[in-house]
Design a protein around this ligand. Sequence first.
Ligand SMILES: [Zn+2]
Length: 169
Amino acid sequence: MSIFGNSIFGNKATGIAGGAPASDASEAEQQNSGDQKSDAQWREELTPEEYHVLRQAGTERPYTGEYWDTHTEGVYQCRACGAELFTSTEKFDSHCGWPSFWAPLAEGNVRYIHDRTLGMDRIEVRCASCDSHLGHVFEGEGYGTPTDQRYCINSVSLRLVAKETPSQP
Ligand SMILES: [Zn+2]
């Protein structure tokens, strides 16, 4: 609870000065547009590391993430909203220290933003559903993949749902 809202001093300004407090209304409208969560909600739902990467465009340290060397078959979901983003089929060994994919599960599942921070010229990759930061995509590095693109994605932005192995009779 805000100390400025229901303070012990009461609200003496009611209806005298006019000037309705517009900020509350517009904030509420923004939160209700689509399924976007407020910053406070994200902070509550995510771990500090997840929040830092997903919502503040942070980067996990290379070779420390959960999936950089994972070969398990399955689908990689957005850690924040559960949208399906990548699959093990497009994952390849880039040896860069982060999970790398040569394509997303489908164009439209991710969105791209031109990122010129840190003195670099990069393409940021975000979840199209919840706008969380995933990583960056690089092109023309010479990896022998079908697209010659490398979606360099933070493990902490993803959650691997392993494919169920069909039970053999
Ligand atoms: Zn998402």
